[in-house]
Design a protein around this ligand. Sequence first.
Ligand code: HEC
Length: 115
Amino acid sequence: MKTIKLLLFVCTSFLVSCTSRTYEDISEQEVSTSPTYSANIEAVIKTNCTSCHSVGGQFPALTTYAQVKDATQNGNLICRIDQTQACGSVMPRSGAMPRQTIDMIILWQKEGYKN
Ligand code: HEC
């Protein structure tokens, strides 16, 4: 009986800790004024890009810090998401991300690709 209670407790706290990541946490990430890859950029890329851009998928793969940095620094990632110049179809292909998300990636670049 004790084991079951303990198990229930462990399960419940696990569930609570999972559901406590609220919408606010996520939108906070998107508007960070000092974005880092691990805290902000990675989540945006995972949500919007890696379904196509992963190893063995579309070039460039965007699954690591180095790959995302390289595509931003040496590739045309910003141009593709921002569409202020003609450089090919918008990314993600389903339509541009919210302005604040694009600006955050541009800021990440300006601030030297903090990890
Ligand atoms: C539905 C699939 C899909 C999604 C999602 C997607 N892409 Fe793409 N991406 C492609 C395809 C296909 C190409 C190659 C054709 C082209 O250049 O338009 C491409 C090309 C690119 C290129 C150009 C590479 C080059 O060398 O010219 C970049 C940069 C890029 N994507 C970045 C992104 C980013 C950043 C995201 C997320 C914000 C994203 N993509 C989301 C399918 C996708």
